[in-house]
Design a binder for this molecule. Sequence first.
Ligand SMILES: Cc1cc2nc3c(=O)[nH]c(=O)nc-3n(C[C@H](O)[C@H](O)[C@H](O)COP(=O)(O)OP(=O)(O)OC[C@H]3O[C@@H](n4cnc5c(N)ncnc54)[C@H](O)[C@@H]3O)c2cc1C
Length: 446
Amino acid sequence: MRSLEPRLPRDARGDFVNWAENVRSTPRAWCLPTSEAAVSQIVRDAKARGGRVHVVGSGHSWSAIAAPDDVAISLDAMSGLVSVDAARGRAVVRAGTRLRTLNDALDARGLALPIVGSIVHQSIGGVIGTGTHGSSLVHGNLSSLVSAMRLVTGSGEVLALDEGDRRLDGARVHLGALGVVTEVSLAVVPAFRLAETVERISFAEAVQTLPEIARSAEFSKVWWLPGTDDALVFRYQRARSDELDSRRPSPRSLRWFDDVVMHGRVFPWLVALGRRRPSMIAPLNRVVLRSLVHARRIGRSDLMLGTPMPILHRETEAAMSLHRGAEALDRLGALVRHGSMHVMFPAEMRFVRGDTTWMSPAEGVDTCQLGAYAAGDDAAIDRYFRAFWREMRAISARPHWGKELDHDAAEVRALYPKFDRFQALREELDPQRTFTNRFLGLVLDG
Ligand SMILES: Cc1cc2nc3c(=O)[nH]c(=O)nc-3n(C[C@H](O)[C@H](O)[C@H](O)COP(=O)(O)OP(=O)(O)OC[C@H]3O[C@@H](n4cnc5c(N)ncnc54)[C@H](O)[C@@H]3O)c2cc1C
């Protein structure tokens, strides 16, 4: 069982290793600054010797976006709330803060983020920088909550992007390419509770009614377990104040059961079984699907929207406009069925409100974001992801920056109309490319 506590994503030898253990690199040194001034000094030192620095958040990206080639900076020591203005709905947060710490700190003040993704172990700098999202057409991805930001640029100077600065649209989904983000101002709302319902419908119905599903609740998402003919629709609506919290009286035992029993023991065993006997995967997925249908549950918003920490697996994800989501889901279904692929793990369709952030997968359009997830045999997963992207490229889908992708700069440029503006901002803030790494070289310059 893996520890759920925050830890530096590195092994005993000091190599960077991401959560999924599919990306490694060997930085020259690790720096853990405790102040903006210390960050500036690290950047100046690197610049002076023509070196590079790259921030490592919590290492939860499947892509190599966080892998440092030279000096690694962790902001784990620059964490916590700086200030809260509940009346204006703003919280200033240090960029090294992990989501779980932030959610608890906000809850203690009767506040919450309006939306969160599936897990809470990532850093704020990382989630905004990759366009991490939950699922809602009412709310955008987490970067869309950012109204101001401070960052140390390639010259080592501190740049404050205040509310209204047009460069914020470039800096929200920053890819780690513009500088070291030290603080962000985020939109917060009064704490709220959500009621979750799970509906089982046919896969065909999910495809036919996808836009309606997307609009049927403040938060909704669809899961399909390959090998089954059914889909699950998860919906989250505001709970009435007189409704009891179903995660009480024993949230600890529920969490323990999910984390230790299901994800620590049962799912690894199922994955191992599926790996030995691929023909068992479809029947196993049918069992898993049934286990996910449960009665209405109510609880704190971030706990309801989150999922238990999954077992080690791989993910890739494609964002397409809302009106092409059904086609994407249909293509995925056909691919798995006709390609005779044995895929253990769900495919997930989530929805994200369009935004104005240049490198956001939801830039300019409400999107469906289709995640293909898999555990087990790496060669089979490679084949699945390659086939997945053949289908997704056919509908001009954009890749999620934190998940596996193999796009080059020409392709990224064609998918992101504001690519050149982002590159111009990069030129302004980091002309010497002090913050680049191999991954950024491929997707931005390759
Ligand atoms: C189990 C699991 C569940 C997930 N669930 C979701 C989900 O529900 N929705 C979703 O969209 N994604 C999800 N992801 C993907 C994840 O949210 C993103 O990959 C996110 O970037 C990870 O944050 P991090 O702190 O680990 O960043 P890292 O992966 O460490 O870094 C990502 C990028 O941000 C940069 N960076 C980080 N901090 C800073 C900073 N302060 N200044 C400058 N650059 C910085 C890094 O240099 C790098 O370029 C999930 C990942 C895992 C492993």
